[in-house]
Design a protein around this ligand. Structure first.
Ligand code: GAP
Length: 432
């Protein structure tokens, strides 16, 4: 993890938030490369689960919601962590993260456990007396339930169908840790899939397969993934059944995504608290009912962390260590670097013009500084799958070499074909 955290900072993937002020715990900034990786991941997910399917629609709701939402959802009453304090070093811990009855930092005696609500409070409005006290959303899905009626009446959705949303969530985590794994501000990609109760188990199985296939499609190694079934007694207050996809991080197995059967819990709660009818008329069954919800709920940041851990590789080449990020090309922040073999003899001008042309199709980078071998290594370290080299032969026959990141092999192609050749391998729309 130390090597990865240092590479992320050095190369502009991820920085600590407010670093010049000493940083804030549990908040992170995605730098120029991190932001591209994250955007590619989101686009891949959205295309795989929303735009390529005919039973899904999307939503982008506001983060701030009516405070009653969080009463109805059960978060005000039940979204608690149990905390203990060390009487010696005064550090605070989540009881369920402790392995012994002593302080894990100094071995000191721990206080009696007490509950602590994990939602971040805020106030909406400027006047002290009338400002509305509410919370930054701790999960994106509640706005899907709250908008259910509007979506049903404004579209032609028919059960079974799903609503997807991605966006920020906030939790006042007691111990943010393991780099971006457990943060206080993070992003989720959630789907609420509405079906008839009789079909819930079947849809649960289908989503389980779809989720697994997606992690494999984004390049995670299958032997680093596994399922974890939550025992009945540790299920969240809304869940009838939950399974998690876990990834084997350098610090151990950790949850990437949960798949839950939320039953009719949320729509029923919002129906009761708002007084609005949230049932659905199913023309095929000729029946009005509250649909059952199957919920795949993934973390963007945790998936980015898994991608970074999975991609990181070191190998010895000619007595030198080559660090290479083996990202799936569709997710790599930069798709191709255009490099003139030397700056002189008009090669830089040809390379510069080619890069400007390719930039319209996908993310590119131009670099003429230093020996070609060093420039290849710089691209390996940030995971660029293709390096295009403009050399003296280019001037004669308008061909270039493409050097492949993983094998380091090179092939020669006409300059006019290079864009389409690469686009085929990096297009997110081509995934299915
Ligand atoms: N709507 C259901 C729900 O929010 P969850 O298991 O609490 O379920 C879903 O969260 C996903 O959100 C997790 O699998 C994880 O990927 C991500 N997540 C949750 N808390 C997080 C945190 N503090 N930091 C980063 N990601 C987090």
């Amino acid at each position: 993890m130390d090597k990865l955290v240092s590479l992320c900072k050095r190369k502009g993937f991820i920085f600590q938030s407010s670093g010049i002020y000493g940083g804030v715990n549990g908040c992170w900034d995605f730098g120029p490369l991190g932001v591209e990786l994250k955007r590619n991941l989101r686009d891949h997910w959205w295309h795989a689960f929303v735009t390529s399917r005919d039973d899904m629609v999307g939503l982008d709701a506001s983060i701030l919601m009516h405070p009653q939402v969080w009463v109805a959802s059960g978060h005000v009453e039940k979204f608690h962590d149990i905390l203990v304090d060390c009487k010696e070093c005064k550090k605070r811990f989540r009881q369920d993260h402790l392995e012994s009855e002593q302080c894990p930092e100094c071995g000191g005696e721990l206080s009696e456990p007490r509950t602590f609500n994990s939602m971040l409070r805020t106030r909406m409005g400027v006047s002290e007396d009338t400002a509305l006290e509410t919370y930054l959303r701790p999960e994106t899905c509640q706005s899907i339930f709250v908008s259910f009626k509007d979506i049903v009446s404004s579209t032609r959705v028919k059960i079974p169908f799903g609503i997807a949303q991605m966006g920020k969530s906030f939790r006042n985590e007691v111990n943010p840790r393991n780099f971006i794994f457990r943060s206080r501000e993070f992003e989720q990609m959630e789907i609420e899939f509405f079906c008839h109760e009789d079909e819930a188990e079947e849809w649960f199985d289908r989503w389980q397969q779809a989720i697994w296939d997606w992690y494999v499609a984004i390049g995670l190694k299958e032997d680093k993934l596994r399922w974890y079934e939550h025992p009945k007694e540790s299920l969240a207050h809304y869940s009838k059944r939950t399974v998690d996809v876990e990834y084997n991080f350098p610090f151990g197995w950790g949850e990437l995504q949960g798949l839950a059967n939320r039953g009719v819990y949320d729509l029923t709660q919002h129906k009761e608290h708002s007084g609005k009818d949230l049932s659905f008329f199913d023309p095929e069954r000729k029946e009005r009912y509250i649909p059952t919800v199957i919920e795949p709920s993934a973390g963007v940041d945790r998936t980015v962390l898994a991608l970074l851990c999975d991609a990181y590789d070191e190998e010895t080449v000619n007595d030198d260590t080559r660090v290479v990020m083996r990202f799936e090309p569709k997710l790599a922040p930069i798709k191709a670097a255009v490099l003139p073999l030397v700056k002189k003899d008009g090669l830089a001008e040809i390379a510069d013009a080619l890069e400007k042309q390719l930039r319209k199709k996908f993310n590119t980078y131009y670099d003429h500084a230093g020996a070609i071998g060093r420039r290849y290594r710089r691209q390996d370290e940030i995971g660029t799958p293709f390096c295009i080299c403009v050399d003296h032969q280019t001037k004669e026959d308008e061909t270039v070499t493409i050097r492949h990141r993983d094998s380091m092999e090179q092939e020669r192609l006409p300059m006019s074909e290079v864009g389409t050749h690469i686009l085929k391998q990096v297009s997110i729309r081509d995934l299915c």
